[in-house]
Design a protein around this ligand. Structure first.
Ligand code: GAR
Length: 187
């Protein structure tokens, strides 16, 4: 199998990046992770790139033209898929258009419910009975692109935000790799 080159964008802990790196070592998995982009100097996630000798850079999103810099790096590494794995910065319409290839995002809710931030808090406040995660294509509107994979669990009455986060993260790792397999098979 000829693998595609992928870039993972992160801002924080990097548990999804870690599991994608692990999955990508499988010869049957459709992508290699060739580049990591991070917008947070303190993000733990870059350690996963370092440990695995994956090129990475930390971007200052306050600088003008930072998106052009990223686009250039994506071209250099021949990237054909961007995975947003906890990247907490909205990509501009211009960036999405100029990249012109697939961009997918993982979100900790059952979209279209609970787009945006503080999902666990809002899920509990609204006394939802289930929650989960969604991997979807990125379009110009926040958390609104076509869903690729969704996974859910039932909420226990005793669940607090922290439990929901732990349970969601567990689902996310499989959801992300399933979505990647699916998009190279069907889209
Ligand atoms: C994940 O739960 C992901 O769904 C969420 O950030 C977390 C990153 O965790 N993304 C968003 O909220 C995007 N709107 P990680 O850094 O451990 O992979």
């Amino acid at each position: 199998m000829v693998k595609k080159n992928a870039c993972v964008f992160i801002s924080g802990y990097g548990s999804n990046l870690k599991s994608l790196i692990k999955r990508s070592r499988d010869t049957n998995f459709p992508i290699n992770i060739n580049l990591v982009v991070c917008n947070n100097l303190k993000a733990n996630g870059v350690n996963h790139a370092k440990k695995n000798s994956i090129p990475f850079f930390i971007i200052n999103t306050k600088k003008r033209n930072f998106e052009n810099f990223i686009l250039n790096e994506l071209r250099k590494h021949n990237i054909s898929l961007i995975c947003l794995a906890g990247y907490m910065k909205i990509l501009s319409k211009n960036f999405i258009r100029k990249f012109g290839k697939k961009i997918i995002n993982i979100h900790p809710s059952l979209l279209p419910k609970y787009k945006g931030l503080n999902t666990y808090e809002r899920v509990l406040k609204n006394k939802e009975t289930k929650t989960g995660c969604t991997v979807h294509f990125v379009n110009e509107n926040l958390d609104s692109g076509k869903s690729i994979v969704q996974k859910f669990f039932f909420i226990n009455k005793k669940d607090k935000e922290q439990n929901l986060k732990i349970k969601t993260h567990k689902l996310e790792q499989n959801a992300f790799s399933e979505a990647i397999i699916k998009i190279f098979r069907y889209y």
